[in-house]
Design a protein around this ligand. Sequence first.
Ligand code: NAD
Length: 430
Amino acid sequence: MKLAEKIKKKKIRSAVIGLGYVGLPLVTELAEAGVEVVGIDLDKRKVDSINNKKSYIQDVPTERLKGLVSRGMISATTCYSALRNVDTVNICVPTPLRKTKEPDISYIVKSAEQIAKYIRKGQLIILESTTYPGTTDEVLLPMFEAKGLKVGKDFYLAFSPERVDPGNPIYNTKNIPRVVGGITPACTEAAVALYGLAIDNVFPVSSTRVAESVKLLENTFRSVNIGLVNELALMCDKMNIDVWEVIDAAKTKPFGFMAFYPGPGLGGHCIPIDPFYLAWKARLFGFEARFIELAGQINRAMPEYVVSRVSDALNEKGKSVKGSKILVLGVAYKKDVSDCRESPAFEIMQFLNAKGAQVSYYDPYVAKAEGNGVKMKRTKLTRQTLKKNDCVVLVTAHSNFNYEFIVKNAKLIFDTRDAVKVKNSKVVKL
Ligand SMILES: NC(=O)c1ccc[n+]([C@@H]2O[C@H](COP(=O)([O-])OP(=O)(O)OC[C@H]3O[C@@H](n4cnc5c(N)ncnc54)[C@H](O)[C@@H]3O)[C@@H](O)[C@H]2O)c1
């Protein structure tokens, strides 16, 4: 039986490598669709947690995981030999940037080396990690073909970008359309069949390179537009115009405009990183991706800009940053999640510390903040905490913050998100 047919009949077993924000939701969707899945991760704590029926990912409630693990639909292991017994393998490992802003695909390569050890005829391998165009056909394909297997005939290889937005209450792994590109049409067909089991809409494209570029376009689009509004915020401040009001009014136009908002800097695993995967690859072809570099420069300067505005706001009150007590509200990279990767809050805290401020923080989702030379435990958000601080810097606007309470008790608030909708002399907006 053709692999695509076997998949459609659910006569398969699957593996997912990398059980983080991307991998675990995928494991759950496939298992719920009726496919037995083994998750593979080098992190034993994650593996143990799954086997003990406990979720560590906000988007996968423990209740949901529990039933699937109990019924034997999901298991987890640190051992790659589990690949011997599966028909499909999805790779969901990290793809960070090196300090030099060059792609670090070592996690992909390490997992592919293990796959190559166990690869056998009839298997489908899909890379989901965000990466530069060419990774699947230039890096992975030769590693598997070196085993004497022919792609599209003996095994199948495809790329499908994960587009999940952790914490999003509406869009999730199941209802975000999937783009899929295979090395050969048979590869695309098999990958479309697999996602078709668990995901509402699947959109095939002509190659792995197109599929790889799709994700990079999406995140570059966001990075560039955020760069544009961040620059607008800087301009508006000079001209004493409320940038937030400008954007709110512009977005009443029903076509040709999409609202993006300024902020304290980019965070998370995607937008600050992915555009540089594209820029790096383009550079190998002698092409400088100017929009990407410029947006990156503007966005990366935002944490320092926030600190300079906080300093101005304190100055207005006759205070210097040095010696002031400053409370940072929200350190996760976006609202209503606990993920702190690349969060600008850490850079802001580091700059404030360096200027001699006494910095503390509160985030309902983050008990300990660690990053950028900052290591501290959260304080309590009480009336006394607010009253004793000279300035509150709102970095991440979690939905459960009580702004009335904060405004009532704080001496000064610097709001980087236009979340404090109170007009008050104590509130200064980005
Ligand atoms: N988090 C997001 O919002 C998001 C959204 C879309 C795409 N992505 C992309 O998806 C990929 C995964 O991101 P994530 O957020 O799930 O990362 P993550 O750090 O949450 O999870 C990755 C997991 O892979 C494991 N791992 C690392 N090397 C491994 C190896 N050799 N073998 C087995 N397991 C290994 C890690 O222990 C970790 O548990 C990245 O390329 C990322 O850019 C992430």
